[in-house]
Design a protein around this ligand. Sequence first.
Ligand SMILES: Nc1ncnc2c1ncn2[C@@H]1O[C@H](COP(=O)(O)OP(=O)(O)O)[C@@H](O)[C@H]1O
Ligand SMILES: [Mg+2]
Length: 327
Amino acid sequence: MRIGVTFDLRSDYLALGHSEEETAEFDAEETIAALCDALKSLGHEPIRIGGIKPLTRALADGQRWDAVFNICEGLKGVSREAQVPALLEAFDIPYVFSDPLTLALTLDKAMTKHVVRDAGVPTADFAVITTEADIAKITLGFPLFLKPVAEGSGKGVNARSKVDDKEQLESVARHLLKQYRQPALVEEFLPGREFTVGITGTGLEAKVLGVLEIVPLPKFIGHGYGYENKETWEDKLKIVRAEGPEAQAAGQVALAAWRVLRCRDGGRADIRLDKNGLPCFIEVNPLAGIRPGYSDLCFIANFEGLSYQQLIGKFLDSFLKRHPDLK
Ligand SMILES: Nc1ncnc2c1ncn2[C@@H]1O[C@H](COP(=O)(O)OP(=O)(O)O)[C@@H](O)[C@H]1O
Ligand SMILES: [Mg+2]
């Protein structure tokens, strides 16, 4: 197949003057090169497109592809991840990974938690602070955990995210509202082990690829796997393959959320154990990072004995099951 590849390259946005943190979710050249190589070795012809603006120009020029492999994170708005898939749907071009509904929903962690909780998937009790007046209305029991409602890559998660009393809640909530210009999500703090679950496939055919545990070391900052811990993780945490009943239970919660949210082809979900040792859904990443030797999903594949090419192959297999006419 001729497969267009849509992506947001971090260096392009840095060159345009955007900050390190603003561009934290964007991809490195190495990722695009590895993805294109993998597609080639799987017998396809990758065609680099870029982000939504070059995609729009290419579509207006009349360019078309059999399929698009989309890893665009988008820059603007709470539905930014949904923009490229929506455009591709309008032009009837099939693409790998989730649709606009799922990508818009899952970027908002509170909306996502409403949906998974309604379906009976365990998740920490929560509230949303939209304005400063909401802070006084919080009735959840301490300790609590705060983060921006719609960010990724650990943005806004740091040493102050866990709050133990009203004063800390007030000051962190005010800071998040101001700094991130969006509501803050406040959740019951989950004190237990943290897992991240790799998933491949769609719907009932989705499977747990593997489970990792994030094990904090003494230099770990705060209580969450936040931006600083993620960017320079080597001395702060260990990432280990997780087995045993708790990891398996985490995998099942992740898979249940994956299906409820109609995520497709492959990605990751984060899970933590609550004070009773029961796994709770934190968030899902239907556009999980796929940087070789760096992204959690690539570690998971590696631990399970899959090469990078085989991982990409699994996403494509799931995509092709949804589009049997393309085979
Ligand atoms: N309710 C919570 N209790 C304890 N830790 C949490 C909670 N929510 C998030 N965290 C911690 O913060 C990290 C980042 O939160 P997450 O929602 O996964 O954001 P991101 O999209 O930035 O990965 C998690 O990996 C976890 O370590
Ligand atoms: Mg996460």
